[in-house]
Design a protein around this ligand. Structure first.
Ligand code: IPE
Ligand code: IPE
Ligand code: MG
Length: 248
């Protein structure tokens, strides 16, 4: 019999819900290695974990979820693994799109997806077009995403506007800069989760996580359940966020 999902306790629901959860989904390879399986099967198991986490964020009414699916550095991996990951994304979108759409989820892709295989681009364009008017959970998939590249892109687009005379040098401020990032119009993540115990950011949302609360879970991504997500949110709710000021 399928294991029944536990419900979040009422204290969690009554506490302050993060408005934007960002997740570095790490540990697929180690999960497979522990089971003497190929790394690719770890990625496949990770896809099932992702599906449940998206559903849970939707149920919890978290407005924004951003997941790190493939970094600009992940191209360094063997071609077979890269191809598998791209095909897996195609499969995920193909299989889940109708349900995501029914649940009013709006899909965004952060990163240069035009450098991904044509099949992947087609599936992404279909997902973006179908869900663009949805008003529920904003689900960002960071794909071929690198934060340094994003920041350089923003600097270039601002420079162009200054050179063309559209804006003055003095009108560049943090707000304008943030509007030139891929996450324009979105609130910064207030909770950043990284799985598999690694305590680093790995070029993910460097600007946006300036004041995010970081929760590192030792659980490998394929084992990350809704209950683990509740645990991370509970930890977030217990944090004292000072933003450089003093304790309230
Ligand atoms: C995360 O799992 C998935 C991607 C980076 C695409 P990894 O593949 O990095 O898993 P580990 O870190 O090798 O265990
Ligand atoms: C970060 O994980 C990228 C994704 C989760 C897509 P990595 O496994 O690539 O990060 P490092 O190499 O451990 O820093
Ligand atoms: Mg990793």
């Amino acid at each position: 019999m399928a294991k029944k999902k536990s419900m979040p306790d009422s204290a969690l629901m009554e506490g302050y819900m993060p408005q934007h959860i960002a997740i570095i989904m790490d540990g697929n390879g180690r999960w497979a290695q522990q089971r003497l399986l190929p790394r690719t099967l770890g990625h496949r198991a990770g896809m099932s974990a992702l599906k449940k986490v998206v559903q849970t964020c939707d149920e919890l009414r978290v407005p924004f979820l951003t997941v790190f699916a493939f970094s600009t550095e992940n191209w360094k991996r063997p071609e077979t693994e890269v191809n598998y990951l791209m095909n897996l994304l195609v499969e995920f979108l193909h299989r889940e799109l109708d349900e995501l759409h029914r649940n009013n989820v709006q899909i965004h892709v952060l990163g240069d997806y035009e450098a991904t295989p044509p099949k992947c681009q087609d599936e992404i364009r279909r997902a973006l077009a179908l869900t663009r008017h949805n008003t529920g959970l904003i689900f960002n998939i960071a794909l071929n995403y690198g934060s340094r590249r994003e920041i350089v892109d923003a600097a270039k687009s601002i420079s162009k506007r200054v050179l063309s005379g559209e804006i003055q040098l003095d009108s560049i401020d943090e707000h304008l800069f943030a509007q030139c990032l891929y996450t324009a119009e979105m609130p910064d993540p207030d909770l950043l989760i990284r799985t598999a115990g690694e305590k680093r950011i790995s070029n993910f949302l460097l600007w946006q996580v300036a004041y995010a609360e970081i929760v590192v879970s030792d659980v490998l991504w394929p084992d990350f359940t809704p209950e683990e997500l509740y645990r991370a949110i509970k930890e977030f709710q217990g944090r004292d966020r000072r933003f450089g000021g003093l304790k309230k």
